[in-house]
Design a protein around this ligand. Structure first.
Ligand code: ADP
Ligand code: ADP
Length: 229
């Protein structure tokens, strides 16, 4: 059974009086298997972020959207989301940021420390664990964000243009790093981008969203041999 099922999902933005509504996503259908790496690609404004936010439980939707058979009715520890702009806590170090989600889950201190160290090492930031976000480059801040998301042990990793603010070369490096981490962790991953090359490079499967409005036009199965690193 698919882990994530999206059936006839529509998402509208509107004023509270509902006099003006704008349909950002109309009748989307998509099923995602556990452990799949799916990229959603399409032009700016076609509804990719909106659909991802609905999966994250951050925006209400019409239709059916389930994770492991249960309807999405809000955010939950089974999902972690990484945004383009690293939403790191500026007054906490790298280590403190990665610990944050686990502290919210009230895990034991030793467990938290060891898990944070493990994921900081995985994203290659050992030497920077005591740095503050303001002392890091954009690429490094996104590494911290990915480490923080993974440390919280979600079943599904949602990423909304996580490398969108980085230069082309750093994007490529980060893409390779992300795949290496994903190979080790095998989380279900949904990655939104407007960059078709990035979408193809990363994905097991590329989902294309079109305009008029936010419809998933086609689902293309791309069977590439997995790169082994
Ligand atoms: P994408 O991620 O593909 O660039 P978005 O999901 O961000 O697209 O946006 C889809 C459409 O919904 C766009 O036309 C955008 O202007 C609109 N939209 C996005 N967020 C809001 C919001 N909070 N309120 C009103 N309209 C929004
Ligand atoms: P950006 O290109 O956005 O500035 P990068 O993540 O490529 O960010 O980092 C820029 C610099 O930070 C690198 O040249 C390197 O000196 C340092 N750096 C980044 N990642 C690591 C790492 N894993 N280990 C050690 N140093 C790193």
């Amino acid at each position: 059974m698919p882990q994530i099922q999206i059936e006839d999902v529509s998402i509208s933005y509107g004023s509270p009086d509902a006099k003006t509504t704008f349909k950002a996503v109309v009748g989307a259908n998509l099923a995602i298997e556990p452990g799949e790496f799916v990229t959603i690609v399409g032009p700016s404004g076609c509804g990719k972020s909106t659909l991802l936010s609905a999966i994250a439980g951050l925006v209400p939707y019409d239709g059916r959207l389930t994770i492991n058979g249960a309807a999405v009715t809000g955010p939950g520890p089974d999902r972690a989301i990484v945004f383009q702009d690293a939403s790191l806590l500026p007054w906490r170090t790298v280590h403190g940021n990665v610990r944050f989600g686990l502290e919210m889950q009230r895990k034991p201190r030793k467990f938290i420390r060891e898990r944070a160290e493990h994921f900081i090492e995985m994203v290659g930031l050992n030497a920077f664990a005591r740095y503050y976000p303001g002392q890091l480059s954009g690429g490094m801040r996104q590494r911290v964000n990915i480490a923080r998301a993974l440390a919280a042990d979600p079943q599904v990793l949602l990423m909304d243009e996580p490398f969108g603010a980085l230069d082309a070369q750093t994007r490529e490096i980060m893409g390779g790093e992300l795949l290496r981490i994903w190979e080790a962790e095998r989380k279900t991953a949904i990655f939104v981008t407007h960059d078709i090359e990035e979408a193809i490079f990363l994905a097991d499967r590329v989902v294309v969203m079109g305009r008029n409005p936010g419809r998933i036009k086609d689902v293309i199965r791309i069977d590439l041999p997995r790169r082994r690193t």
